[in-house]
Design a protein around this ligand. Structure first.
Ligand code: AMP
Ligand code: MG
Length: 410
């Protein structure tokens, strides 16, 4: 691992991300899970279809199955209805000429037929139906393998399984799939001032927020996490917490990573592990420590609640994707026009919290409120980060800029 001896230098966001991601390898352990437990897991195998889907020709409509050669070229033709084929109850005889079978959606096409005429398009006449000209041979039939041909690669390893994928796997008759084990994360917050919601605060104390925002984010990313609680600003306590956390793949802390008198996290990390860097030229989130703690990757997030969330999204979330074995995906961003000016200092990347809206098919972004990194209510009201690159100065209203929505389509 590269280490800054001159810890004075702040890395750019891109350098920091590159430094973090270049060392990571996916966890190797694979486990078999049932389909009902597989949502959101990372597929650890390529799934090849051993069966065609559908397995047999079936009807896409409620109507009548017949042989295409019986369709009238002009005028009308009368066909005798000789039976019915329902979903799960096929008609097992062969259908001869000038005959047809009543058929429902999903039911198997009887042998001798290759076409289904919708019931709305026929007239019944006693035991017969009357069909007009204008139909096409093969219409309203789902052919075997038309959804998934035998031998095709249906899903590739590295895919985060979505609801539709699970249906596809079920359609292949597979009750279980191989997925990578979940990434294990241990985290704690530091701060003598922090108390749990529900207790009465003494002067100078505040309610803990970061473990709540972080555990919700980790849960939504499918990580397996342990919450080690709040640790006081004491080197021995931080040392003990780091030791007990170091069995995880990622150790995450919040607070105590800056240059304050009680900021001991870096000191303890340097003692028990290794610091790769601890400053990034960004706002919010400048003090972000990254390094190694035993076999774990260590992220010391800043304590300010907004900074903790921004640095999580920019650095920890991509690291989690790589460790999880998920195929690489670019963070989802889109371009929007600014509805107001965004103050900005050149030389550092800034991530103000914005409100993205859509009007007449175009995207617009305004400020969500105070850009103070402790203003968590603004983050809660916002729906995106505005991405202002390091080289930019203040952005006026009416400019096109890039934003990263919080709720990302997958
Ligand atoms: P620190 O990074 O420890 O210097 O903390 C920066 C600011 O964030 C201080 O105002 C802390 O009180 C606050 N803070 C730190 N950790 C938390 C937390 N877990 N929840 C809420 N606020 C926090
Ligand atoms: Mg602190």
């Amino acid at each position: 691992m590269q280490t800054d001896t001159t810890t004075k230098l702040a890395l750019s966001v891109e350098q920091a991300r590159e430094r973090i991601l270049s060392g990571l390898r996916p966890v190797d352990a694979v486990e078999k899970v049932t389909l009902s437990a597989a949502a959101g897991r990372i597929l650890a195998e390529d799934l090849i279809a051993r069966l065609p889907v559908p397995a047999f020709a079936n009807s896409a409509m409620d109507g009548y199955a017949l042989a295409g050669r019986d369709l009238p070229v002009n005028g009308e033709r009368r066909l005798r209805v000789i039976g019915s084929s329902l979903a799960g109850h096929p008609f097992m005889d062969t259908v001869g000429t000038v005959a047809c079978v009543r058929i429902m959606t999903g039911a198997m096409l009887p042998s001798g037929t290759d076409t289904v005429v919708m019931q709305e398009e026929v007239r019944t006449a006693g035991a017969d139906i009357v069909i007009r000209a204008g139909h096409r041979i093969g219409e309203n039939v789902r052919l075997p393998g038309s959804d998934v041909p035998t031998g095709s690669r249906v899903l590739e390893h590295g895919r985060r399984l979505r609801p539709g994928d699970l249906g596809v796997i079920a359609s292949l008759g597979l009750p279980e799939v191989n997925v990578r084990r979940r990434v294990r994360i241990a985290f704690f917050s530091t701060g003598d001032e922090l108390r749990e919601p529900g207790v009465k605060l003494a002067p100078g104390q505040i309610y803990e927020r970061n473990r709540y925002t972080l555990s919700a984010t980790l849960a939504s990313l499918g990580a397996d996490f342990v919450d080690l609680g709040v640790v006081p600003d004491q080197p021995e306590a931080i040392r003990a917490a780091m030791k007990s956390a170091s069995q995880a793949d990622i150790v995450l802390t919040s607070g105590g990573v800056s240059v304050g008198d009680t900021d001991y996290v870096r000191q303890v990390l340097a003692e028990l592990g290794e610091i790769s860097f601890w400053r990034v030229a960004m706002k919010p989130g400048k003090p972000l420590a990254f390094g190694r703690l035993g076999n774990a990757w260590f992220f010391g997030l800043p304590g300010n609640p907004v900074s903790a969330l921004v640095t999580f999204q920019l650095f920890v979330a991509p690291a989690l994707h790589v460790l999880a074995g998920e195929s690489y995906r670019e963070p989802f961003t889109l371009r929007a026009q600014t509805l107001c000016a965004f103050d900005k200092r050149q030389g550092r990347a800034e991530f103000p919290r914005g409100i993205l809206s859509r009007k007449d098919g175009a995207w617009f972004v305004g400020s969500a409120g105070s850009q103070d990194s402790s203003a968590l209510s603004v983050m809660s009201r916002a729906n995106c980060f505005v991405l202002l690159p390091a080289e930019a100065a203040t952005i006026p209203a009416g400019m096109e800029i890039e934003v990263m929505p919080f709720d990302v389509p997958v």
